[in-house]
Design a protein around this ligand. Structure first.
Ligand SMILES: [Zn+2]
Length: 54
C-alpha cells in the first residue's frame, strides 16, 4: 500500500496519479491531491516556461 504524498490516504483506494520530482516518485490519490500538494509546496512558483530572447 502507498500513502498519498498530500493527504496520507492509501492511493490504491482511489484513482492514483504519480508525479516525479527531485529524483523521487510522489503518489497521490488523484489530480486534486496532486494540485493541492503543488500549491502547498509552491512547486509551481517561478517554474513556468519562460522564453527569453538572447
Ligand atoms: Zn490524497
Amino acid at each position: 500500500m502507498t500513502d498519498c504524498a498530500y493527504c496520507g490516504c492509501e492511493v490504491e483506494a482511489h484513482d492514483p496519479v504519480f508525479a516525479e520530482h527531485d529524483g523521487g516518485t510522489y503518489p497521490f490519490c488523484n489530480w486534486a491531491c496532486l494540485t493541492e500538494y503543488v500549491d502547498r509546496e509552491e512547486l509551481a512558483t517561478g517554474t513556468s516556461c519562460n522564453w527569453e530572447p538572447a
